[in-house]
Design a protein around this ligand. Structure first.
Ligand SMILES: NC(=O)c1ccc[n+]([C@@H]2O[C@H](COP(=O)([O-])OP(=O)(O)OC[C@H]3O[C@@H](n4cnc5c(N)ncnc54)[C@H](O)[C@@H]3O)[C@@H](O)[C@H]2O)c1
Length: 346
């Protein structure tokens, strides 16, 4: 399959590109290379004959039209986005621009290309989204594909808007789309501003490990390589027009998660004091959703997909990866905003 991937230099996009190239697909990675991008994530596949990189902005209609015409994809996997909730609180404009206008621009380019080729049935536009579009849960319940949208942050609102655009392009123009909404990802190449790398890297540096609020916020953690596998499954076998919730079946509160990472670090790395001594509670994020949990019944029963690792197994692999890849994360720590507390405006 010829797959045009947007955002392939980011955390999840690069996992998708690595897996798709390894599986033998022809991949064009379209990425603007924002602060969150890292082409080193793709060093294992950059020389592969079935991999090509194009530096371009999904908001640029001419570049997107040229990318479609030049590459002639069978499918699009759209991951390019501004993705950090804290940054969306301080500067929502970039989120509106890329996540909404960019998705609109990409949909129009895909539609023009698909119509010009005679509307082939086997074309796919796969939009990758988040469970955050559903808002927050209380102590009980899970998000299904039918849960009403109720986004609470500028990030999740912009992703919700993009999901609606994709649906509308399917209903109105017949564009063959599939959507997926997944829970929090973690794993190798996770940008050092996100919770799990912050915990690992602060612990290694002997710095306080910040936990927002009381640490009782619950997330359903999904190992990134499992997510990449699920996305390629949805792309190839998902039913047209349908959305799929993808979860890790691994719920944990932030405090439980951080304690797990600290005890893995205690085991794998020779520190003197327990790393959990560094845990420090800090001011909560405005609008911080209490709990996300995914009901993965549809993807499990219709597509036979399940995550391959437990949270404990995935965290162990992740911690070991950060211990082994200091050169990678050290280079990113000087990028703008990394290591600062962002998103306190309310
Ligand atoms: N990280 C998660 O836990 C998570 C969970 C659910 C859904 N998602 C979704 O998955 C997708 C990927 O997330 P991620 O964590 O890998 O994000 P990321 O921030 O690591 O990567 C985003 C990539 O998109 C690129 N990009 C940004 N704006 C662009 C533009 N205008 N044109 C072209 N490229 C642009 C960036 O350069 C970067 O390489 C996003 O759509 C996100 O909403 C992420």
């Amino acid at each position: 399959m010829r797959i045009l991937v947007t955002g392939g230099a980011g955390f999840i996009g690069s996992a998708v590109v690595r897996q798709a190239v390894t599986d033998g697909h022809d991949v064009l990675n379209v990425d603007k290379l924002t602060y969150a991008a890292c082409l080193e994530n793709l060093s294992s596949v950059e020389e592969a004959p079935n991999y090509t990189f194009l530096k371009a902005d999904i908001c640029d209609a001419d570049s997107m039209a040229a990318a479609f015409e030049g590459f002639q994809p069978d499918a699009v996997m759209h991951l390019a986005a501004e993705s950090h909730v804290d940054r969306s609180i301080d500067g929502p404009g970039a989120f509106i621009e890329t996540n909404i206008t960019g998705t609109y621009t990409l949909l129009q380019a895909a539609r023009a290309y698909w119509e010009k080729r005679g509307k082939p049935d086997n074309f796919r536009f796969h939009h990758i989204s988040t469970d955050e579009v559903f808002g927050t849960l209380g102590a009980e319940g899970m998000f299904t594909e039918d849960t009403p949208y109720a986004p609470n942050s500028p990030y999740s609102a912009s992703k919700a808007a993009s999901d609606h655009l994709v649906r509308a392009w399917s209903e109105t123009y017949g564009l063959p789309v599939v959507l997926s909404n997944c829970s929090n990802n973690y794993g190798p190449f996770h940008f050092p501003e996100k919770l799990i790398p912050v915990v690992i890297l602060n612990a290694l540096a002997g710095k306080p490990i910040p936990i927002y609020g009381n640490g009782e916020n619950v997330r359903d953690w999904l190992y990134v390589e499992d997510h990449a596998d699920a996305l390629l499954t949805v792309l190839q076998r998902g039913e047209l027009g349908r959305s799929y919730n993808i979860g890790g079946e691994n719920e944990a509160s932030n405090l439980e998660l951080v304690k797990m990472i600290c005890s893995i670090l205690d085991e794998l790395h020779l520190g003197t004091d327990p790393y959990a001594d560094l845990i420090t509670f800090v001011a909560d994020r405005p609008g911080h959703d209490l709990r996300y949990a995914i009901d993965p019944t549809r993807i499990r029963e219709e597509l036979g997909w399940r995550p391959s690792v437990t949270l404990e197994q995935g965290l162990r692999k992740t911690v070991q990866w950060y211990l082994d890849n200091e050169v990678w994360w050290k280079a990113l720590q000087s990028r703008i905003g990394v290591g600062e507390r962002l998103g306190l405006k309310s």
